[in-house]
Write a new protein. Structure first.
Length: 621
């Protein structure tokens, strides 16, 4: 019989759960053991983000110290300095317009709740409070001007925006619904708010405010079910055009909104998929990053003639791109087969811009595309398999989070580790994923969780029929929303999966709603059409806890003690239910938030996950 204890964070009696041990090694072969560790230990460098008025001063994220931290990089001298040094890492930062200061967000042990701090560029500190007197919160946008700072925050009371200028710091917006700071004009006379005062945070509307007196300048709304996303103001002083993402025809597109006249000009591009864009420095063109079916192309769109030119970027996935004053394009690229690199594209020449110390991580296997007809239409999935091994194979269904996200052709050290261990890996862009149109993204609301799982089931049936997958050795794993789908999947279809791994999952949806950060409560209300009080049956139907009695699949659950997105209490509720039902399960608990930015900790998690599944599958023989 399990003993009871009191958890220090939740202060109520809890079951003592069986803890997963971290194996000393994963592979008997020393070469394979060294390879998987090298993939995680390899230094990763993010895309440098330049100061607005000093583009040769940049900030980037790197794990060179073993923890993901902010580094400053002076392009001319090449000097790169680790600026932050916190136990749980720091990844949220930007530079002041003149590049003299680094601003970074300071939270407590990954809980995402805190405030902004600043320190001199090129230094390791000291950091001081950037907005004295402003209450802490969850970050909701930050725009830095030469004379103006606009900072958004969220807390249990909703959203608020603070503006700081020569007149002092003051609250310029507050509302119970979700909102964020979207952009600040180059002349710093107006700023943009993306808000969901109508109650649906998935489809924000835009409002422009005057900095001087807080007056509303102009507003833009596309109505219910059609969101607007502020991309950037023109970088030319006095030019009040705002680049905006819209979905008026059921997919990602762009428009330019002249906030001085209210005129809207749509930019029609034959690019079906996700679109990110920004102005070139002289505002004559847009740099467009287009991701479709998991792969990215870069384009220059010249606003005058309205012409679109594809840039010769490397094939694969691009996680960020910026246009430089000299006309070059910097971008961060990777593919499933090759680790990420920061590259520069100029005059048709594509070359590595920043070389990480120690060289790139060892490569892995490429992805193959798979299209499967499912209950809601054609489903796109990726498959990868170990080199030289015939099927049917033990197969990991590696489910992405979000849900408004997508798997793509990018490097993933976790996937590579499972491939080295002899598993095929399948990744499904289920209904709810981005990049396949608005209707596909929004279709999960038909029955949240169950809709996505129907697509995963269809793909699983297909890879079994194709001979890739051994149905008796099929494993379901995901993090965040993927962890939620994992727990719901082993409850609603318990005979399909031999083992399961749920990382940072929604496990008890009603308790999760009570404890999660307010921006996620707003998202859940939008997703379900109300709160648990208003639509309780929907939350119960989608909660893994509701389906717990049917679970027969052994499951490993990993969770962070300080997670504000999938809080620990609701995970403990689910684990208590597993214990009471005599289910086979293990817990891996770590002291961080929604995941960890410490390389060694992430390696421990992967080792625990693969070891757990191996033990479960070995017992089936």
């Amino acid at each position: 019989m399990s003993d009871a204890t009191t958890h220090p964070l939740t202060a109520h009696p809890l079951t003592v759960h069986p803890l997963a041990a971290v194996p000393a090694t994963l592979f008997d072969d020393p070469t394979a053991e060294a390879r998987w560790r090298a993939r995680f230990d390899a230094v990763r460098i993010g895309l440098p983000d330049p100061a607005r008025d000093a583009p040769d001063r940049t900030v980037l994220v790197s794990n060179e110290s073993g923890v993901y931290e902010l580094h400053t990089w002076e392009v001319g001298s090449g000097e790169r300095i680790q600026a932050t040094d916190r136990a749980d890492g720091t990844t949220h930062g930007t530079l002041s317009c003149d590049g003299t200061d680094l601003w970074w967000f300071d939270d407590e042990a990954g809980d995402e709740f805190g405030g902004w701090r600043r320190q001199p560029f090129g230094s390791t500190g000291p950091a001081v409070e950037a907005l004295p007197g402003v209450a802490p919160g969850y970050p909701a946008g930050l725009e830095l001007g030469e004379r103006v700072v606009v900072a958004g925050f969220a807390d249990d009371d909703g959203s608020r925006v603070h503006l700081s200028d020569d007149a002092g710091t003051r609250t310029v917006y507050a509302h119970a619904e979700d909102a964020s700071v979207g952009a600040l004009s180059r002349d710093e006379t107006r700023w943009v708010l993306a808000h969901s005062e109508a109650g649906d945070s998935r489809y924000p509307e835009l409002r422009v405010y005057a900095v001087a007196d807080g007056a509303i300048v102009v507003e833009l709304s596309d109505g219910p079910g059609k969101g607007l996303a502020p991309q950037a103001f023109s970088p030319v002083a006095g030019d009040q055009r705002l680049l905006v993402g819209h979905e008026r025809r059921g997919r990602d597109e762009l428009l330019i909104w002249d906030t001085a006249t209210g005129a809207v000009t749509e930019i029609v591009l034959d690019l079906p998929g996700d679109i990110d864009a920004d102005f070139y420095p002289d505002a004559s063109a847009l740099l467009v990053s287009h991701t479709h079916t998991g792969r990215t192309t870069l384009h220059r769109y010249d606003l005058g003639p309205g012409s679109l030119t594809e840039l010769p970027a490397a094939p694969g996935s691009v996680s960020g791109a910026i246009a430089r004053p000299d006309g070059a394009v910097w971008y961060r690229h990777s593919s499933a087969a090759s680790a990420a690199s920061v590259r520069a594209l100029a005059d048709g020449v594509d070359e590595v811009l920043l070389t990480p110390p120690g060289g790139a991580a060892p490569g892995s296997q490429p992805l193959a595309d798979l299209w499967v007809e499912g209950p809601g239409g054609s489903i796109h999935a990726f498959t990868s398999r170990p080199a030289g091994i015939a099927g049917p194979l033990p197969t990991l269904f590696y489910i992405h989070g979000g849900p408004a996200a997508a798997d793509d052709d990018s490097f993933d050290a976790t996937r590579a580790t499972w491939l080295d261990a002899g598993f095929a890996v399948v990744q499904v862009n289920y209904r709810g994923s981005t990049g396949y149109g608005s209707a596909w993204r929004d279709a999960l609301t038909e029955r949240i969780g169950h809709t996505e799982l129907a697509d995963i089931t269809a793909v699983h049936d297909r890879v079994v029929a194709d001979g890739l997958t051994d149905p008796a050795r099929s494993v379901l794993m995901g993090y965040s929303w993927g962890g939620f789908l994992t727990l719901l999947g082993i409850g609603t279809d318990p005979d399909r999966w031999a083992a399961a791994v749920a990382g940072a999952p929604v496990a008890d949806y009603l308790a999760a709603y009570e404890d999660e950060m307010e921006p996620l409560r707003a998202y859940d209300r939008a997703l379900f059409g109300g709160s648990p009080v208003e639509v309780p049956a929907k939350y119960r139907d989608s909660s893994p806890l509701t389906w717990l009695d049917a679970v027969r699949t052994p499951v490993l659950v990993s969770a962070g003690a300080n997670d504000p997105r999938t809080p620990i209490r609701q995970v403990e509720n689910y684990l208590d239910g597993l214990a009471a039902g005599g289910h086979r399960y293990e817990l891996y608990r770590y002291d961080a938030g929604h995941g960890s930015m410490v390389v060694a900790e992430r390696m421990r998690q992967v080792a625990v996950e693969l070891d757990f599944v191996r033990r479960i599958l070995a017992d089936l023989r």
